[in-house]
Write a protein of this length. Structure first.
Length: 201
C-alpha cells in the first residue's frame, strides 16, 4: 500500500540543520454533508486518521475554474460515517462554501525522510527511482511512478526497452521493497513486466 500520492515536491528549508520537507496528496474534497460545512473526503492516503487529525493544517489546491479561494485548510473535526470520511475544516463554514470546495486537492507536508507508521506502507517518493528486479535478481527496469486506484495501487516500471509495465502493488507480486538497497523485487511472469511470447515477435 502507498501512504501518500504524488506530486512529491521537495522544498528546501532556509535552516541547514533542518530536514527538507515533501508534499504528499492525502485527499480530494467531495460533496457536502449536511448544512454546516462538513465535507466528504476522497481519501488518497493510507493514514487518514493521522493526516486529518484535528489541528492538522493542509494545503488546498482548487481545480481550475473553482469558485473557492481557499488555499489552506485547518481540520477541526473528523469522523467516519460507514466507510466515508467526513471532515470539518475551519475555513469551510457552511454548505455553500462546501459546495464551492468540491474537487479541491488536499496536501500534507511531511519530512522528506519520514516513513508511514505501518512498515508495509510507503510514500510515492520512496518508491520512484528504485531498481526493479525479478526474484532471481535479473534487472527488469526502474520504478517511474505509481497509479492510485480504488482497488489497488500500481507500480509503473519502465523496462530497458522503453515499455511501461503496470504491476499491482500487492505482496504476492512485489514480495520485497528494499529502500536501503534501492530496489523492489517483482515476482515477474509473462505478461506482467516481461512481455508474452507473442508480444516479442
Amino acid at each position: 500500500m502507498v501512504a501518500g500520492s504524488p506530486p512529491a515536491r521537495v522544498q528546501p528549508t532556509p535552516y541547514p540543520d533542518r530536514v527538507e520537507t515533501i508534499e504528499v496528496l492525502v485527499g480530494r474534497i467531495g460533496k457536502p454533508h449536511g448544512l454546516r460545512g462538513e465535507v466528504t473526503l476522497d481519501v488518497r492516503t493510507d493514514e487518514p486518521d493521522r493526516r486529518f487529525a484535528p489541528g492538522a493544517v493542509l494545503r488546498a489546491e482548487p481545480p481550475r475554474g473553482s469558485a473557492s479561494r481557499v488555499r489552506e485548510l485547518t481540520v477541526t473535526a473528523m469522523r467516519w460515517h460507514q466507510s466515508t470520511l467526513l471532515v470539518d475544516f475551519a475555513e469551510i463554514h457552511d454548505r455553500n462554501a462546501a459546495e464551492a470546495a468540491r474537487g479541491i486537492l488536499v496536501y500534507a507536508t511531511i519530512p522528506a525522510d519520514a516513513s508511514p507508521e505501518d512498515p508495509d506502507e510507503y510514500y510515492d517518493h520512496q518508491l520512484v527511482g528504485l531498481a526493479a528486479c525479478d526474484v532471481s535478481g535479473a534487472a527488469l527496469g526502474e520504478v517511474t511512478g505509481l497509479v492510485h486506484g480504488g482497488a489497488q495501487d500500481l507500480l509503473t516500471v519502465r523496462t530497458p526497452d522503453g515499455r511501461d509495465a503496470l504491476v499491482p502493488f500487492v505482496k504476492a507480486l512485489v514480495p520485497e521493497v528494499d529502500l536501503t538497497g534501492r530496489r523492489v523485487v517483482i515476482a515477474d511472469r509473462p505478461g506482467l513486466v516481461t512481455p508474452l511470447p507473442e508480444d516479442d515477435e
